[in-house]
Design a binder for this molecule. Sequence first.
Ligand code: HSE
Length: 439
Amino acid sequence: MKEALKLGVAGLGTVGRGVFKIISDQAADIRERTGREVTISAVCARDRSADRGIDVSGVEWFDDAAALATSDTVDIYVELIGGEEGIARASVEAALNAGKHVVTANKALLAVHGNELAALAEENGVALNFEAAVAGGIPIVKAVRESIMGNRIKHVFGIMNGTCNYILTTMEREGRSFEDVLSDAQDLGYAEADPTFDVGGFDTAHKLALLTSLAFGTQVSFKDIYIEGIEKVTAQDLASASDLGFKIKLLGVALDTGHGIEQRVHPTMVPADSPIADVHGVFNAVALRGDQVGDVMLEGRGAGEGPTATAVVADVLDIARGFIMPPFGRPTSSLVPYKRAGMRAHEGGYYIAMDVHDRPGAVAAIAQRMAEQQISLESIIQKPLMAGGREESVEKPDTMPVVLITHDTLEQSVKAALGQIEEDGHIARTPRMIRIEKL
Ligand code: HSE
């Protein structure tokens, strides 16, 4: 049997604890599958005395993650600290420079520095694996990097933030406001320490940046992602969407437009009978379309101890078997510079909700502005005020909620029409616009 493979784990939070448990509980199975012993030889965390429910007494303790990452007692550095800069970045760079394999769950680090880190891993002939960074326990990195290699991918999209999906699902089911349900999500421990990372769409965008590169062979380009969070979605929007046969989901979408790759994160109306609409609560799902395989969707838990640790351990075991791939599935030097497809040219249908002053001609004037931009309307719904626990979308008593659904049109036309409608003074506040996708 080959000699034991030794892990150095930095960060002993939820995921680190899960990795410890799997490596110890499944030791015999791991030995059988990989042909070698896999052990945790060293750890590093903030507080040595904290009770984590795992026994770290027989494991070498480091106070400095960079020292752990380069220690002779470590073959694979497992980075579970998080954050795009600071010690997470420094320790991963140190490990790669020292010729250590790296397994990480750090989506922010790779979304921002993925190109340089992947090149560094290749230069040093080591792995940089990150299955846990994208949708936790869903094996989507492996699926895109390996299983669907023989395809041209048309699009990849997904629900990649459990906090947002929990909030939207609960707002819809219970007719409650965004703020109210966010506070539940925080109490339940779903949201990140700073919830703006979740609800503002940034966490989804970090994951999307990695998926785009894997799917389309482009350099990672987080800064080019159009990002809009769920903060402005109201219970009224969710109810209107439901009436119209849609659900609202925060999607990350990467799409080959034929003239560049469009990358975007925003609340999206999806048909209620589509598979992605059926993904509820904290669950994540990632879907893609390949020219040979057709549509594929994987659904599962995107966070939490067991799911995320499963992904980390799978990455470790690939290395134990001697299976080492370039991080983004092809040599880093062959990743092409990302060519952005502009959002203003995005084509699709739109949901537009407005509070219209209740006076003759107002709706007709709005329809006229749409027509001037060549926007064809699928429906106009003038909704009465919602009763009961539903959030009121109307601030002033002389206004009526009006919902427009457009046929496919260009985003720049919608923006232009809405700008004119606001100027005309027929509406009480800035309209809410949600893109409709029938991916
Ligand atoms: N906070 C994330 C979520 C999990 O809510 O899905 C880690 O990315």
